[in-house]
Design a protein. Structure first.
Length: 79
């Protein structure tokens, strides 16, 4: 997840060999779901996507990357 800190958008990249399901969600500091950024099936190979933060209040957020293999969290500061 980059850039960090972010102002207008973030980019998320995933480099799986082969995944059935990938979901990317944005949570606020209190753990409340702010947005489902992406939900896709049948992704294979390198994947990169940018997401707008234009309507996101400045603060600390967590990006959850959920796949059929793992769940990863990345802290992101929105300015």
């Amino acid at each position: 997840v980059y850039p960090n800190p972010a102002k207008y958008n973030i980019s998320v990249q995933v480099d799986p060999a082969s995944l059935k399901v990938v979901e990317i969600k944005l949570f606020n500091f209190q753990g409340k779901l702010v947005s489902v950024l992406m939900s896709k099936t049948e992704i294979s190979g390198f994947y990169r996507q940018s997401f707008s933060l234009i309507n996101t209040t400045p603060g600390i957020y967590f990006v959850q990357i959920l796949s059929d293999e793992t769940t990863t969290y990345q802290k992101v500061v929105v300015q």
